[in-house]
Design a binder for this molecule. Structure first.
Ligand code: FES
Length: 121
């Protein structure tokens, strides 16, 4: 039995030109809302689940992105809890975590790396 981590499936979700500068867009992949961020001032891309674990509201794509001592973060627009865009950990001192996803850009298309639900388990 193969117990190594599965390779993600790369799903095209949008084009680079549809993203605001230093802002996010929400896309639905395999039924999950994913917040994707173009951190254009750092020339970086990140993705995490759109659901804020504080209340379960689907809001993180509308959050402010920024930097906390070099760590890229998104601040929820509701109550400003901040999450690392690298690890998904809450960096405002609480136990919450958001799931993160790899992002890949090719020929102006934005791809999210996600496990095919048919192969999860
Ligand atoms: S809903 Fe996100 S911090 Fe409260």
């Amino acid at each position: 039995m193969n117990t190594t981590a599965k390779e993600p499936v790369w799903i095209p979700v949008s084009t680079v030109s549809e993203f605001p500068e230093d802002g996010g867009v929400c896309a639905k992949v395999y039924g999950e809302q994913i917040a994707i961020f173009h951190f254009s001032s750092r020339n970086e891309w990140y993705a995490c689940e759109n659901k804020c674990p504080h209340t379960g509201d689907m809001v993180l794509a509308r959050g402010m992105i920024g930097d906390s001592q070099g760590e890229p973060k998104v601040a929820c627009p509701m109550h400003k809890k901040s999450f690392s865009l690298r690890t998904g950990a809450c960096i405002s001192g609480e136990e919450y975590t958001v799931k993160t996803y790899p992002v890949h850009i090719e020929d102006g298309t934005v791809y999210i790396g996600i496990e095919d639900p048919g192969t999860q388990g």
